[in-house]
Ligand binder design. Sequence first.
Ligand code: FES
Ligand code: FES
Length: 162
Amino acid sequence: MTKVPVQITLNGKERSVFVEAGQNLLDTLRRSLGDLTPKYGCGQGTCGCCSVVIDGQIRLSCLTLAESVDGSVIETVAGIGDGAQLHALQTAFITHFAAQCGFCTTGMLMSAKNLLDNNPSPTREDVVEAISGNICRCTGYEAIINAILDVAAQGGSGRQLS
Ligand code: FES
Ligand code: FES
């Protein structure tokens, strides 16, 4: 099968990869580039677990063709914090008990970060809208919304690794 070269900036680092025609970005990130933070939930664009930021826009990586992001800047949770140094949103999710099984959490964090990067003082309605594409079966959303509003009240989206 023909492979297509794709170059991206992933969490601040230049990455080159060959992808099969029709391969989605989620598979490329997880299988080819070793970034396991975007999750495979539905694979059909309904759960938001695979959300990443592409050129400043929140996108579903399961529905994004890998070859279409050639030249793009992509952010995932792997670029905003890690076990040693957490992003303010990650800390707030812990403090507010906003993650239970955690399967939705990385996509939720990317939607939240993208919101705060573009709107540092969101209303509750802004937060609800920003995470409306991220489905959570566990938390009932209130803890997540409060965590995001808490970070906004503290003055912004916090640190970033890259
Ligand atoms: S895995 Fe992409 S929206 Fe569910
Ligand atoms: S914490 Fe389980 S799906 Fe959100």
